[in-house]
Design a protein. Structure first.
Lengths: 385, 136
């Protein structure tokens, strides 16, 4: 028997929907079949909370009198992209004033979300219609017009783990990698991670309503570097980073509980983003996909000590989450960069919102536009000599 | 082994070349963090002493015999747990296993008894909420 998303939404509105977190659902799956669970359960919530560099926010600062066409803009000293209309700016999460600054765009975004004021400085050449040439004021989310989080690439469907074969530490976006295979870092919430529960993007598409950093957000488009042609294991799970999501939501409604600035030593600034996606259990196939376990999800370990990060081994998330793994005959410590406890908190919160009827599921408007390959960037031939 | 101390010099002991004695007579390696020594005033010297335990013991005994107070200081790792997101990045670099994620809850746990204060966690923490404090 199958259900439609509309029917599930009717059950949510009448308070009769059965909603479980992905971990609860999988636990039930140890005793019951996908068919049986498809009849009993209506919605399963998934979540992730990890550092996602490709994030940022559009802000409309409002017009001063006399007006200014802001050209060079900064917030707390962090450069803001001002190459759009007069008082619109985009602050990227990884932006910093100087290459080694530990305070960057993500910290500005977190400061704003926490309610703090930040210092806006802007200069302009002055035009007939916008005569002012500078502005220097304190702003907050209370007095800007719009503040919209727009993250071009979040929620990677799987991601490679990282280690280091060399004799020196490596400081990377995958954290500090100790010499001589001293540790292995990984970064997904495994079986709780959204896109690993919807491996073929059956329910995740343009317009999908999601939980984004404490607010209601939406999938805007496929994320950059989305690669739908990755090799899959026998469980249908891509072995390498595959689909990604571009997501958006109202920054003014977000919470620092689920949005936090990060600084990776000698690498730079990033943003911890919390994302939750509810999936409708419309039929046994959907239930089957949602029953994927950590042991079914494999990923590759790569050597970040070497250029091009060569493959070393393929492991599953049950092994990674155990805290140590055997690599080349040696026990190596494994650790996550994404917070499973935060992801669980998000899945639980989303479950409660749906159970209370304050969060309804969406039909995707369109499949995510995707590519079966990725282009590299050749810097060796051509270009400026 | 390494041990950290604050030496307090009463005004009449300020001219004793304590560091020189510790290096030359006891074979100790010194790393001075902070020093305030002025003639006629009480002085302070914060340093790390490295060498065999017996040599450190003998050296400190010598320092005290000269009327200088030698008080051990302890480094501590301080974690701003109220700000922690329990990502686990610090556990990855913690050799002695003082920092770990709980097997079930996946919340960060810190066992100070296992901590060697190697300070790797302070660089690994992306929220920069792990600090080293020097408490006497």
């Amino acid at each position: 028997m199958s259900k439609t998303i509309e029917e599930i939404n009717q059950k949510i509105k009448s308070g009769k929907a059965v909603v479980l977190s992905a971990e609860e659902f999988k636990k039930l799956g140890e005793q019951e079949s996908a068919d049986s669970l498809a009849n009993k359960v209506d919605v399963v919530t998934t979540a992730t909370f990890g550092p996602m560099c490709s994030s940022g926010a559009f802000i409309n600062f409002g017009h001063a009198s006399p007006g200014i066409r802001m050209e060079k803009i900064s917030l707390n000293g962090v450069p803001v992209y001002g190459g759009i209309a007069a008082v619109d700016g985009f602050i990227g999460a990884t932006e910093t004033l100087s290459p080694f600054d530990m305070y960057g765009g993500a910290h500005v975004i977190e400061d704003l979300v926490s309610g703090r004021e930040v210092r806006l400085k802007a200069t302009a050449k002055g035009t007939d219609c916008y005569p002012a040439t500078d502005a220097d004021v304190m702003i907050s989310l209370n007095n800007v017009n719009e503040a919209i989080l727009y993250n071009p690439r979040n929620a990677y469907q799987n991601y490679g783990a990282a280690t280091n074969s060399e004799t020196e530490k490596r400081y990377t976006y995958m954290g500090v990698l100790l010499p001589r295979f001293g540790n292995i870092n990984y970064s997904t919430s495994g079986e709780l991670s959204p896109l690993l529960n919807d491996p073929l993007l059956r329910f995740t598409g343009i317009g999908t309503r999601i939980f984004l950093c404490g607010a209601t957000g939406y999938v805007a488009w496929s994320g950059t570097q989305s690669h739908l042609g990755r090799e899959r294991n026998k469980n249908g799970i891509p072995l390498q980073p595959a689909a990604t999501l571009a997501v958006t939501g109202n920054l003014k409604e977000m919470s620092t509980e689920f949005l936090r600035a990060a600084y990776f030593e000698k690498y730079g600034v990033s943003l911890f983003v919390g994302i939750g996606i509810p999936y409708p259990v419309v039929d046994a196939d959907a239930a089957h996909d949602l029953l994927v376990r950590n042991r079914d999800i494999e990923t590759e370990i790569h050597d970040y000590g070497k250029a091009d990060h060569p493959w070393l081994a393929t492991v599953n998330y049950e092994q990674l989450q155990r805290g140590h793994i055997e690599l080349n005959g040696k026990q190596v410590r494994t650790a996550p960069l994404s917070s499973l406890s935060k992801a669980r908190q998000i899945a639980e919160l989303l479950k409660r919102k749906i159970s209370k009827g304050t969060f309804l599921l969406t039909e995707k408007i369109q499949d995510l536009p995707g590519s079966d390959s990725l282009n590299g960037l050749s810097t060796k031939n051509g270009g400026l000599q | 082994m390494k041990q950290r101390f604050v030496f307090r010099f009463p005004t009449d002991t300020i001219d004793i070349p304590v560091s020189g004695h510790l290096i030359c007579d006891f074979g100790l390696k010194l790393n001075i963090f902070n020093a305030y020594i002025n003639a006629g005033e009480e002085g302070n010297l914060a340093l790390e002493v490295e060498g065999p335990k017996s040599a450190i013991g003998a050296g400190i005994k010598f320092v005290r015999s000269k009327g200088v107070q030698a008080e051990p200081i302890e480094k501590h790792v301080q974690i701003g747990m109220e700000s922690c997101v329990h990502c686990g990045a610090c556990t990855s670099v913690c050799y002695p296993g003082a920092l770990r994620l709980h097997g079930e809850t996946r919340l960060l746990q810190f066992n100070a008894d296992k901590c060697t204060v190697c300070e790797l966690c302070t660089t690994a923490c992306p929220l920069k909420i792990i600090k080293i404090s020097f408490a006497e």
